[in-house]
Design a protein around this ligand. Structure first.
Ligand SMILES: Nc1nc2c(ncn2[C@@H]2O[C@H](COP(=O)(O)OP(=O)(O)OP(=O)(O)O)[C@@H](O)[C@H]2O)c(=O)[nH]1
Ligand SMILES: [Mg+2]
Length: 413
């Protein structure tokens, strides 16, 4: 599947459309983000239309008056499409297309499109295709216009008549892909099991998209994960060994970023990727302190973690990009166990993060004082490797040891 904004010489010009519900958060900032998504996907924004309403119009998303206004805007700006800030129902797609006669898209489609362009590994590609097929198959009726006009989302799929015929093929494809995803998940489970038998602590870097997660992994471990000032630069988790200043080793994992209104089709398809942090001992939560919407970003991150069932972890929140912050008010994250102010790009704050990580790891360890039989001398090697040996004394009755060891190791001793 290609991208729906794929005609680069002929860049799509779109109008962003949002409904402002009474209790809704800042619509403008949501549209700022949508604009970034749209330009990441390769299209240009030529206008915005916001309608305050009590609820979304079930037939056309915005009300009749706004639809007419949109027609004028499309005429004046030569727009080739609109992008709505919420997920549209099949009926809304169909009606808007018929009324406006341009491509109709929504936030979900744009995010899916970016993911499609970014997936590198076979797992990522399969997950994206699965999400796209699921999303589209429920909206095939609504895609009529697009395939007729060509150059739109429809270019990825076949024409209208063929779509009808292909419905069954799509269903088959979905079940094949599902089987492949299952298989890949199994591989990942095995890798995780191997990892969890290994007492090296796992640290997951999570956060809103574009917060600086990959930059952190790269700075700490000389990994070469793509860092870009674009949304969703990373789709595939990367894990590297990292040695703290105190000598302790951890596994550091960079993950896919979160975003508000993350399409549930993507969450389903990407569950195993998103869930990486479930197997973490410690979570590093990256925040872009220079983004005016950082409060809502933090909220979205915790909401997403809770939805994935990732709770009760030690959290180190890193308020990143301090170099871009002029007005240095004190930022707080009340859910964090530790807080670090950093500018990862310039390496500022990395030592502090290192110390907080050591501290967090120490808090997970258990202090032991024990006399081991000489026959158990091998355990000292393990303690040296995974814990902190404070004292060893070779006595008649055995080896007296005082040490900090990981909680899992304590059970085995
Ligand atoms: N000014 C400044 N820019 C930074 C800092 N850290 C990262 N960036 C920039 O922010 C952009 C996003 O960084 P990434 O590391 O790709 O962010 P990410 O969280 O991995 O983003 P996704 O993978 O898209 O979720 C890049 O252009 C980085 O160079 C920082 O401390 N200061
Ligand atoms: Mg990244």
């Amino acid at each position: 599947m290609g991208n729906f904004f794929e005609n680069k010489e002929n860049i799509d010009k779109v109008i962003l459309v949002a409904v402002k519900l009474n209790d809704s958060e800042n619509v403008e900032s949501s549209l700022d983000e949508l604009e970034e998504l749209v330009s990441t996907a390769g299209a240009e924004v030529v206008g915005r239309a916001i309608q305050p309403r009590d609820s979304v119009h079930p037939g056309t998303y915005v009300g009749k008056g706004k639809v007419d206004e949109l027609k004028d805007m499309i005429y004046e700006t030569d727009a080739t499409g609109i992008v709505c800030d919420d997920e549209l129902s099949p009926a809304q797609y169909k009606n808007l297309e018929e009324e406006l006669n341009v491509k109709v898209m929504d936030r979900t489609l744009v995010i899916l499109d970016i993911f499609a362009g970014r997936a590198k590994t076979s797992e990522g590609k399969i997950q994206v295709e699965l999400a796209q097929l699921r999303y589209r198959s429920s909206r095939l009726i609504g895609m009529r216009n697009l395939s007729r006009q060509g150059g739109g989302i429809g270019t990825r799929g076949p024409g209208e008549k063929k779509l009808e015929v292909d419905r069954r093929l799509i269903r088959d494809r979905i079940s094949n892909l599902k089987a492949e995803v299952k298989e890949l998940e199994l591989h990942r489970e095995v890798a995780r099991a191997k990892r969890s038998n290994n007492p090296v602590p796992v640290v997951s870097i999570v956060g809103y998209t574009n917060a600086g997660k990959s930059t952190l992994l790269n700075k700490l471990t000389k990994a070469s994960v793509l860092e870009e000032d674009k949304l969703f630069a990373t789709l595939d988790p990367t894990t590297r060994n990292y040695k703290l200043n105190d000598g302790q080793e951890v596994l550091l994992t960079d993950t896919v970023g979160f975003i508000r209104k993350l399409p549930h089709h993507l969450i389903d398809a990407f569950r195993s990727t998103l869930e990486e942090a479930k197997y973490a001992d410690i979570i590093i939560h990256m925040v872009d302190s220079s983004n005016p919407a950082l409060d809502s970003h933090i909220h979205t991150v915790y909401e997403t973690l809770a939805m994935l069932g990732i709770e009760d972890k030690i959290i180190i929140t890193v308020f990143n990009k301090q170099d871009k912050v002029e007005n240095k008010e004190v930022l707080r994250d009340f859910k964090a166990d530790y807080t670090v102010y950093a500018s990862v790009k310039t390496r500022e704050g990395l030592d502090d993060l290192n110390d907080k990580l050591s501290e967090a790891l120490r808090s997970m360890r258990v202090h032991i004082e024990k006399v081991f039989d000489y026959a158990e001398a091998g355990k000292l090697g393990l303690i040296r490797k995974y814990g902190q040996l404070l004292k060893e004394d070779y006595r008649d009755e055995g080896i007296y040891v005082e040490a900090y060891v990981p909680a899992e190791m304590y059970d085995k001793m």
